[in-house]
Design a protein. Structure first.
Length: 121
């Protein structure tokens, strides 16, 4: 069964001297998702990213340091970013209002995105 493409925003920095998680995700998911050309340096990404994407993966976060996945919606996550956290990549942390879904592999990420795509989130 062919998977339906959906838009995933990839936001992050390329780390000098090593491959970033963003680069790995982009390579591994290229046949399962359509990526936008967004980054921290792009003007207005905080507003535009949620109009263009179904889901947004952010490598790192100014408040916690852990990568997050945000889903596009009208709920405010913080004053500067719209949307809400729907999962955390890597180390499990407690966040109020975040489903207990910890992602630790590319397969987890793919399954989770497809689950979200088919949900009411």
């Amino acid at each position: 069964m062919k998977k339906t493409p959906f838009f995933v925003g990839i936001v992050g920095h390329k780390k000098s001297g090593k491959t970033s998680l963003i680069e790995i995700l982009t390579k591994e998911l290229k046949s399962r998702a359509v990526f936008t050309g967004l980054g921290y340096e792009d003007e207005g990404f905080k507003n535009d990213i949620f109009r263009k994407c179904d889901f947004v993966f952010i490598e790192g976060d100014t408040h916690s340091g852990y990568p997050k996945i945000y889903v596009a919606d009208d709920n405010k996550l913080r004053d500067d970013i719209n949307g809400k956290i729907v999962a955390v990549w890597g180390k499990q942390i407690e966040l109020e209002g975040v489903p207990n879904f910890n992602l630790s592999s590319i397969d987890d990420f793919c399954v989770f995105l497809q689950t979200l795509k088919n949900s009411d989130l």
